[in-house]
Design a binder for this molecule. Sequence first.
Ligand code: PGA
Length: 256
Amino acid sequence: MRKYLIAGNWKMNAGPKEGKELAAELSAKWGDHSFKVDVLVCPPYLSIPAVVGELSGTEIKTGTQNHYPEDNGAFTGEISTSMIKEAGCSYAIAGHSERREYFQESDEFIAKKVKKALDDDIKPILCVGEKLDQRKSGNHKKVVQEQLNAVLDHLNPEHASDFVVAYEPVWAIGTGETASPEQAQEMHAYIRSLISEKWTEEKSANVQILYGGSMKPANAEELLSQPDVDGGLIGGASLKAGSFSEIIEIAESLSK
Ligand code: PGA
């Protein structure tokens, strides 16, 4: 049975001081609570040590927003999966649309990052999703298929238990606009069918597929109630302990 994963993507927000405060609020709220869901925060690199420190003793995990797919060496400005692990992270977002757009990350490069994370026991969260014009022209499924298959082609079925996908329609990110529950469910089911084609139905049934794009307490319940929506990758609403916790509570209450 799939668990929900409620993941906060802090993006370039909450430096060491603010990040520590936000983590301390989450820690005060959740303490030693035993979750039915998986909970994760992905702060900027510099805030990770303080956040990991504050969250020790809770079940909330920490992850990164990006990494470079080599062990070490002359890659100025980059961070490797071994460093991520040493810092206490167990998840890594890969291929977020902001990285695809502002840093020209290609499907091939993203595939390397996902593979490297899996090889080093870090759970990657692969982000896929179409832009507004691609949805308007009816190409949304084709875009997502290409983004997903570019990565799946480099993986094998054994990776299924640690591989997470986030469907994030670009037009819904940070815009306040959300995919309707029906649009989300349709794409999530499609993503699961693509994984099933590459691997097996059983393997694909275990992959957590998150929805991202203006998820907030007001719309979380209807999105998370969809059969193939297994959680959320949450930007804006994860920057306040209150709203992030409300979404966690909704997922907890929907969990069997
Ligand atoms: P948002 O961001 O919740 O602010 O729309 C989601 C994301 O980009 O991961």
